[in-house]
Design a binder for this molecule. Structure first.
Ligand code: GDP
Ligand code: MG
Length: 409
């Protein structure tokens, strides 16, 4: 149990009978207000500000039974000024007290929610401050550029505003290109949702059977009856630590008189529009247009007379298992390419949008004739970086500006 805030020390003394030496684990008998023994526990006294939250912190490592925890919590709650923490409140306080920045807090949240190894690695990079370091570097750069523009504005007289220094436009352009490269990186949402693989083709092509083989469960009903699958079925699966979403769809055919099957086909087309990859089990070369890749799959290869393909990416039989492992390995490989690499920082939607704003502000800023307009664009970029780190003050911008230039001579 963790107690944070100005009353933490008093709370620990009240339960343990004394305030232990700071930052040393010690053994204590915990008692309630009436002196009854609640537990014997390992206790820690961590005076602020060098703590997780930046406040005074006490930790009680109790025996984990429900009744023990409930009794200790009740004893704590009976003390003046103590209440149960809200969800995420310790992290929130850590942020408010400047112990971590917003990007690190976001990474921490992702880390707690990580379900696959790849998600854990990306969240770890974010929580560990890798992204914050990059943004802080960008912020420094934009401050230095702003300072150079301010100098031009301050020292030029009204009729003859001096031009920007040599190489200034080039530096801005380089900056813009670097931000644009970041925008093209794989995103955190892809990690959370998984690489989306849609299985498509005409009725009875063996889509549902292949789907079941890939997700390793009898999730979809299969039958030699056209129109068996009507809705889009989705299963999230991790293969080799990589998150996937497999989607089974209704067979696409022109002549269905079944109203529900027609709706199913519409849904199938919607799913195709969102696919990172389509496994096409239909006639070769007749697959749908998609935003992602499309692989020609020759299915049911164990069956004599099953339609073959001249140049399939994979030949599989979901019934005998032939080619399924090879297909899986290929899928993992393809997904790895489009998802962030292990340990690589992945931006969430908010971070992506803010970097987009900064990139937009800097795009073509070097061609701006008026230094005032350049200064304004740099200010917009800095605001985006500030928002990324969760700070909005302009005070330290002034510090950086005046610290760098001896304007007072
Ligand atoms: N022999 C063989 N039969 C298959 C294979 N895949 C599917 N089938 C059969 O083909 C029929 C249609 O399969 P299904 O997966 O429901 O097709 P869908 O309409 O594309 O979803 C079912 O009777 C399956 O058992 C396969 O790889 N080998
Ligand atoms: Mg089906």
């Amino acid at each position: 149990m963790r107690v944070s805030g100005p009353a933490a020390g008093a709370a620990l003394s009240a339960l343990a009978g004394r305030l232990p030496e700071a930052r040393r684990a010690s053994y204590a008998t915990l008692r309630d207000g009436g002196g009854a023994v609640l537990d014997r526990a390992l206790v820690l006294w961590l005076p602020g500000p060098g703590t997780a939250t930046g406040e005074d912190v006490a930790e009680l490592h109790c025996h984990g039974g429900r009744a023990v925890c409930a009794a200790v919590e009740a004893a704590l709650a009976a003390l003046p000024g103590l209440r149960r923490a809200e969800a995420g409140e310790f992290t929130r306080r850590a942020f408010l007290n400047g112990r971590i920045d917003l990007a690190e807090a976001e990474g921490l949240a992702d880390l707690l929610g990580a379900e696959t190894e790849l998600q854990r690695c990306a969240a770890m990079a974010m929580a560990g401050g890798a992204f914050s370091g990059v943004v802080a570097g960008w912020r420094e750069r934009v401050l230095a550029l702003s300072a150079a523009v301010e100098a031009v504005l301050d020292f030029g007289d009204e009729d003859d505003v001096a031009g920007l220094p040599d190489g200034f436009a080039g530096a801005l352009e380089l900056f813009h290109v670097e931000l644009s490269d970041w925008l093209a990186r794989p995103r955190a949402e892809a990690l959370r949702e998984g690489f989306r693989v849609v299985i498509a083709g005409p009725p009875n092509a063996g889509k549902s059977t292949l789907f079941n083989a890939l997700v390793e469960s009898e999730a979809a009903i299969t039958a030699p009856v056209a129109g068996t699958t009507r809705d889009v079925l989705m299963r999230p699966v991790a293969l080799a630590g990589v998150p996937f979403q497999f989607l089974d769809t209704a067979g696409l055919r022109e002549d269905s008189a079944d109203a529900i099957e027609v709706i199913g086909m519409e849904r199938a087309r919607d799913a195709l529009g969102l696919a990172d990859l389509v496994l096409w089990l239909g006639p070769e070369g007749q697959g749908p247009e998609t935003r992602g890749a499309l692989w020609e799959i020759a299915a049911q290869v164990d069956r004599v007379g099953a339609g073959t393909k001249v140049n399939p990416r994979h030949e599989v039989s979901a019934v005998t298992g032939e080619g399924i492992n090879r297909l899986r390995r290929d899928l993992v490989e393809a997904a790895r390419q489009s998802l962030p690499a292990p340990g690589e920082v992945a931006m969430n939607a908010r971070q992506h949008r803010l970097i987009g704003e900064a990139a937009l502000a800097l795009a073509g800023a070097g061609d701006e004739g008026d230094p005032l307009l350049v200064a304004e664009r740099l200010r917009l970029a800095r605001l985006a970086f500030d928002a990324l780190l969760g700070r909005a003050t302009t005070e330290d911008m002034l510090d950086a500006l005046f610290g760098r230039f001896c304007i007072g001579k």
